[in-house]
Write a protein of this length. Structure first.
Length: 280
């Protein structure tokens, strides 16, 4: 048996040999999601307990986690439990020191595939193959089925997990749009960028890309109007002027030049947020 496959970029889904086997218990799903976010790394029990109960664990938390782990082991490999195998020697969910480690084979987790495709796309973009890079980014983004973790209800996880994953997704949207502009599709992405700017009004990188797309499409006056709207939004919401990227793009337009696509296409490694979440 190759082992289960997992999807966490949206509602949690687990398949074993092609058959759905997603745990029904909210706590089991929350536990599995946490372990998947730390796949192939030891996750200390004390941290696991704190995150499962949002820093307010009950007195029974240690025994409860042990019970949840036993239940999850039965879900992931029922044959091991049925055959009387040693729980501490489970082939997938191991007890490791004072914590647990979930073994996940390469390609079995959608988050890993997303990151692999993103890396491949960035390599293609660095090599100048904009069309192939954009396609790789599109394939990666197609793995997303909603906001992860999307179905845990009252067993929700700490917010930094969702924040970090959403930041990764938006960074790749930015990279894909930059590759589309690079590949000659500036006109086609204007509408999408306008929607992104409205949905994320303080993300200056999308405003920069909108200016670039408009200028590349021969709509320089609209690009300057886009800068004015972006500046007004940033100043009204933060009390400070836009960053150097937006200002440089405006100066380029005023001087009759087209804003430079280099540095505005998002094709750079996603660095850790500050403060960096403990699982990054």
């Amino acid at each position: 048996m190759d082992g289960p496959t997992y999807r966490i970029l949206g509602p949690l889904e687990v398949h074993r040999e092609g058959v759905p086997c997603t745990p029904s218990s909210l706590k089991l799903r929350a536990l599995l999601t946490l372990l998947l976010l730390h796949a192939n790394r030891r996750f200390p029990s004390c941290t696991l307990i704190g995150e499962l109960w949002d820093g307010r664990p009950p007195r029974s938390a240690v025994s409860a986690v042990q019970m949840y782990v036993s239940g999850l082991r039965r879900v992931l490999d029922p044959a091991h439990s049925r055959d009387g195998g040693d729980a501490r020697q489970h082939p997938l969910l191991l007890t490791s020191g004072n914590g647990y480690l979930l073994r996940v084979r390469p390609g079995a987790l959608d988050l890993d595939r997303f990151r692999s495709m993103a890396g491949a796309g960035r390599d293609l973009r660095a090599a100048g193959d904009c069309a192939s890079a954009a396609e790789s980014f599109r394939q990666a983004l197609a793995l997303w089925r909603g906001t992860p973790p999307g179905d845990l209800g009252q067993a929700c996880l700490p917010a930094h997990y969702t924040v970090r994953l959403e930041e990764e997704r938006l960074a790749l949207v930015h990279a894909r749009i930059g590759s589309d502009i690079c590949g000659g599709s500036a006109r086609e992405v204007v509408g999408e960028l306008e929607e992104l700017c409205a949905r994320h009004p303080l993300r200056e990188d999308f405003h920069e890309q909108l200016m670039l797309a408009l200028a590349t499409a021969g709509r320089g006056a609209e690009a300057l109007n886009a800068y004015a709207r972006a500046r007004r939004t940033v100043v009204e919401n933060t009390g400070i002027e836009p960053g150097p990227g937006l200002r440089t793009a405006q100066h380029a337009l005023l001087s009759g030049a087209r804003p430079d696509n280099a540095g505005h296409d998002g094709c750079r490694p996603v660095g850790p947020l500050r403060p960096a979440p403990p699982w990054a």
